[in-house]
Design a protein around this ligand. Structure first.
Ligand SMILES: C[S@@+](CC[C@H](N)C(=O)[O-])C[C@H]1O[C@@H](n2cnc3c(N)ncnc32)[C@H](O)[C@@H]1O
Length: 291
């Protein structure tokens, strides 16, 4: 069924759906259209699948309502990390790899900025999706970050990651660091990731990605009007635009997307489940030839 046929079907049908073909089609639609997103149509399809008899459909839903990775659970055993942190990292990793795989973009290395606990980078390593991860954070002494690194060492990944203690507001040294990392990998392609990069840190990370022509995946948080966000407009235009948005985060992130498109980025948005985190917008950018 093509997309508009699915939408028509969903508007008529009520749960449960008995036909395997219909279940397969609804599952495929969700896979194609961001399984974590929660529009009216997404909610209806999930409700239909949840009450249907197909095991595969229910398993798929279960994974996408709270993705869990057996390999991660086993590797984290005994570390007593907060389940919320583990879920956030799993969902972020799931979405970013879904988009990059769909675009057939193979990743040699990941630069995880504002890495915090390091769980996102850990998943890239454990799954083999990247060969090397660079964790960057101004504070590398957190208890959870320490535990994750110790566990990575114990699992034999000590030479597969580097931990850089760096304040990314220092533009010159951050750019030097990123360029040095790129040089290390010759022609290997890397990505910059950052989950919950507070306030203008998100703008800085996007600018660093642009400067080094790298793709990125960022989950912004703590957006505030007039915080000097990345914006292609004058201050006066910004003020006028702001009046048309009820949510500060929508306003700030919209300006960011417009600015990145102007800089030659191909932008894709996706979501983390709002049950896992309310700061759940993932902005993914791929540099194009105009970058
Ligand atoms: C909200 S936490 C997010 C951590 C992790 N990505 C996560 O989602 O669990 C923000 C992280 O950014 C780091 N951070 C804040 N300001 C920074 C800066 N100027 N340079 C580098 N890291 C910074 C903090 O130390 C913290 O680990």
């Amino acid at each position: 069924m093509v997309s508009h046929a699915i939408l028509q079907y969903v508007s008529k049908v009520d749960c449960p759906v008995s036909g395997a073909y219909a279940r397969e089609q609804l599952t495929a639609w969700l896979k194609e259209n961001d399984p974590f997103l929660e529009t009216k149509v997404h909610r209806k399809i999930k409700k239909i699948l949840a009450s249907s008899s197909g095991k595969n459909a229910r398993r798929f839903l279960q994974h996408f309502s709270s993705p869990s990775f057996d390999s991660l659970d086993a590797c984290l055993e005994g570390l007593s990390l907060a389940q919320k942190e583990v879920h956030e990292a799993s969902c972020f990793y799931t979405q970013v790899t879904r988009v990059f795989t769909h675009r057939q973009y193979s990743v040699a290395f990941v630069i995880d900025i504002c890495a915090g606990n390091g769980l996102n980078g850990m998943l890239w390593l454990l799954s083999g999706a990247a060969q090397h991860v660079y964790f960057i954070d101004k504070n590398i002494e957190t208890a959870s970050g320490y535990k994750v690194r110790k566990r990575l060492d114990a699992l034999g990944y000590a030479s597969s990651y580097s931990y850089l203690c760096q304040d990314i507001t220092h533009q010159e040294s951050t750019i030097q660091e990123l360029e040095a990392i790129q040089k290390n990998h010759h022609n290997g392609t890397g990505i910059i990731t950052a989950m919950h990069a507070c306030g203008t840190l998100t703008d800085k990370i996007m600018l660093y990605a642009h400067h080094t022509h790298m793709p990125f995946a960022v989950v912004p948080c703590c957006q505030k009007r007039g915080m000097g966000s990345l914006s292609p407009f004058s201050e006066q235009q910004n003020a006028v635009f702001a009046g048309y948005f009820t949510s500060e985060s929508d306003y700030v992130d919209t300006l960011r997307v417009v600015a990145l498109v102007q800089r030659g980025y191909d932008i894709q948005l996706c979501a983390l489940p709002s049950a896992v985190t309310l700061k759940n917008r993932v902005i993914i950018g791929f540099p194009t030839k105009n970058n």
